[in-house]
Design a protein around this ligand. Structure first.
Ligand SMILES: [Zn+2]
Ligand SMILES: [Zn+2]
Length: 371
């Protein structure tokens, strides 16, 4: 069910950011649910389209994969109204994927608060801090080579998610909303506190509407208006090539939902990498060993060795000593979120026979006398 976000916003595929912003602004005003001409479904659709096309990274992903693409921050099926409203009210924290030690993603957040200032409450940007759901950490077990070459893993977990009937709004679908009487739609209320320095006035988030300024006319029966239900979630997580044991991948907004008006926590996926016999990894380099005989060490030879890319030939030069290391360039681990690979180091071990027959013993004794 790929959606044509360009068509929804009525812009062509080559439209620039300003044109998209303009088109969105016009349509959002026209269809805002609080207006006479409002249409909530249409409004959501417009928002969803802008959410993607207004963000360079997401737009590029959309152009490439279509709206069904669900990974890292998620949209299409994964983007829900609650997530959207949260992002609309806070100032565009598009974290997305970020592996520890790198920041190839995230960053280019556009300020939705800016655009929404005149739609929500008219009072400009909201600065109130929203409640945030808990972060969750899960572990995923990887085979040695899965971590080296990257893989996609599916993660399933049961957690508090935005109610799928009301999309986390807590309102019975179709019932509409009304302005919160507690804060008169401001989302914030003034509190006067008596302190030793006298009366101090603070502005706090309205408890009744959780800062939304709007409350549902009827609460959602499915979640009793909490906006959250406990359900199973499934995520496909792309494990990047070169990840190391203990490193984490963050899925922004995929943690616990804390209900209406809150920000969902993040989901951290910690990788645990199994070892593989014969291979040792240090950073992006791979260490292996090769056993050769004394004559091979003295005379030199061409031997077969194991690498991550299969069997390869290694030339043992004449007069190789035990413990000598040979470097095989770029046969190590791909560098995480960078180009290139580490190297493979092969350490030579000269085998000493445990038992020798009489003939060999004689030969060796002659050899000893010669050296
Ligand atoms: Zn609900
Ligand atoms: Zn209120």
């Amino acid at each position: 069910m790929s959606k044509d976000y360009y068509k929804i916003l009525g812009v062509d595929k080559g439209a620039n950011k300003d044109e998209i912003k303009k088109a969105f602004r016009k349509l959002a005003h026209e269809h805002h649910p609080d207006k006479k001409t409002g249409n909530e479904e249409k409004f959501k659709e417009i928002n969803e389209a802008f959410q993607i096309l207004g963000d360079d990274t997401k737009r590029a992903q959309y152009d490439q994969y279509g709206s069904d693409f669900e990974q890292q921050g998620g949209f299409g099926g994964g983007m829900n109204w609650n997530d959207f409203m949260r992002q609309a009210r806070s100032s565009g924290d598009f974290g997305g994927f970020s592996a520890q030690g790198g920041s190839a993603w995230g960053g280019d957040g556009i300020d939705l608060g800016d655009i929404f200032g005149d739609i929500f409450g008219g009072g400009g940007r909201r600065s109130s801090r929203q409640a945030k759901g808990s972060d969750i950490q899960v572990s995923v077990e990887l085979e040695f080579r899965e971590a080296i070459f990257g893989i996609e893993k599916e993660i399933r977990l049961t957690k508090n998610n935005a109610c799928d009937v009301c999309s986390g709004s807590g309102a019975e679908p179709g019932s509409g909303t009304e302005t919160c009487s507690e804060c008169r739609g401001q989302g914030q209320v003034k509190r006067v506190q008596q302190t030793i320095l006298g009366a101090m006035q603070t502005v706090v988030t309205c408890q009744r509407c959780q800062g939304a300024g709007q409350i549902p006319k009827k609460v959602c029966k499915h979640c009793n208006g909490k906006g959250v239900t406990r359900t199973e979630s499934k995520y496909k997580v792309k494990i990047p090539a070169g990840i190391a044991d203990g490193e984490m991948i963050r899925l922004t907004g995929k943690g616990e939902s804390a209900g209406v008006g809150s920000v969902a926590g993040d989901l951290y996926v910690r990788v645990h990498v199994r070892s593989e016999k014969g291979y040792e990894r240090q950073g992006f380099d791979i260490f292996t060993e090769i056993n050769i005989s004394y004559p091979q060490a003295v005379l030199g030879d061409k031997v077969e060795i194991e690498t991550l890319e299969g069997k390869k030939k290694l030339i043992i030069p004449e007069a190789t000593t035990s413990g000598q290391k040979f470097k095989l360039k770029a046969l190590g681990v791909p560098r995480l979120q960078r180009s290139g690979r580490g190297d493979q180091y092969v350490t030579v071990i000269i085998d000493v026979p445990k038992k020798v027959d009489r003939k060999t013993k004689k030969l060796l004794e002659d050899l000893k006398d010669m050296l």
